[in-house]
Design a protein around this ligand. Sequence first.
Ligand SMILES: *[C@@H]1O[C@H](CO)[C@@H](O)[C@H](O)[C@H]1NC(C)=O
Ligand SMILES: *[C@@H]1O[C@H](CO)[C@@H](O)[C@H](O)[C@H]1NC(C)=O
Length: 427
Amino acid sequence: MTQLFLPLCVACLALVFTSAAPPPTTQTAEVAIPDRCDGIEFDAITPDEQGKQLFFKDGFLWKGFRGPAQRVAESFSGIGHVDAAFRMHREDRTEDHDHVYLFQDEMVFRYFNQTLQDGFPKKVEQEFPGVPCHLDAAVECPKGECSADSVLFFKGSEVHHYDVATQTVKKKEWPEVPPCTSVLRWMEHYYCFQGNNFTRFHPVTGLVVGAYPKDARAYFMTCPNFGHGSGDHKLPLCSEVKLDAITSDDAGKTYFFTGPSYMRLDTSRDGKHAFPVTRMWPEVAGGVDAVFSYQDKMYFIKGDQVFIYLSGAHYSLIEGYPKTLQEELGVQGPVDAAFACPGDHTAHIIQGDQMKDVDLSATPRTVTKATTLRHAKVDSALCGPDGLKLFVGSSYYEYTATSELGAGQVERMPSPITPSMMACRRD
Ligand SMILES: *[C@@H]1O[C@H](CO)[C@@H](O)[C@H](O)[C@H]1NC(C)=O
Ligand SMILES: *[C@@H]1O[C@H](CO)[C@@H](O)[C@H](O)[C@H]1NC(C)=O
């Protein structure tokens, strides 16, 4: 801010000394509201406790990937410019968990629900021993992504890896990661921002995989004349949504698939966004017909082929796959939808108005039961602890058990797919 005000003050003085006219009375130094499509460099990025991503620049703030800037002071009292910011991830300490930390020079401010917490601001070293002040960037790294709940602090070319429970710091240098001016963690991935560019990096090794840097305007904001990248795309109308496949694995990760894209539905803290299917499952190009999860595996059905992936932090195609549907499941393609209920060994394969049950614990796989359904056509199906959903176009039907799906059963009312279920817009 000093740099911005200084020329203005010099100009004012010059005016006073060189002119007989009285100085202007209500001259306030108004800084123009920045436009993030101009290719600006953010000072800091962090999600708030609701998962909305906050982008800071000078005294301004954007909430989310769309919309105009507002003044930081409207949301966060006591602070103007922000050097770095992160949201604490610490499920073992509710008094810290999900709190938002903003850094300014030597001080750290802590907020919850946009309220400055008692005892703050504090000196950075008081709150985070061993961590330098005048930071460039900071980002949370929860256990699972880092070896323990951690915060990565960035200053120049140095990365300070801070363990929140032990309060120990390890200093690292990551040659592949450029000096970050802000860092965004989003959908379990880490993005170092430098100017209007970003580079995705691994939070433990600092390795960069893929073609970087990329222009943030094509991914993390909606800017005219910038193509929509994998991180952001035009939302479809909810009434036009058609789900090719949907599944929920043992770890509770729920994915739906439409055309060449997939979306996670269980990570609403990070918002809902579509990515190319090939980013996670490179061998399944060009969309899928049906997907179901069984034990620690995900079965992708495409044409008359089955791809089986081992689930984990990443998905790996099991050797020997794809195999034919006939060989793997004892049915002929094509398949419209498939599901398996948690804890059950039966795959339910839907083709037109027919549902075939296949016992996954038996070899070879054979159809043990065939049911004629109430629905002539189903796009996708999901079975979870809260029951069964069959998706047909932009609607879905809820059932409590597979025994209710038969043609002779009571008719259900369809429910529309809504924006709260997936990223779509109302008509
Ligand atoms: C957050 O703050 C607002 C207004 O300050 C208040 O109405 C709301 O109850 C608070 N929410 C929580 C969860 O504390
Ligand atoms: C952003 O990346 C482009 C392409 O690699 C590069 O030409 C440009 O200088 C970069 N800008 C910044 C501010 O780093």
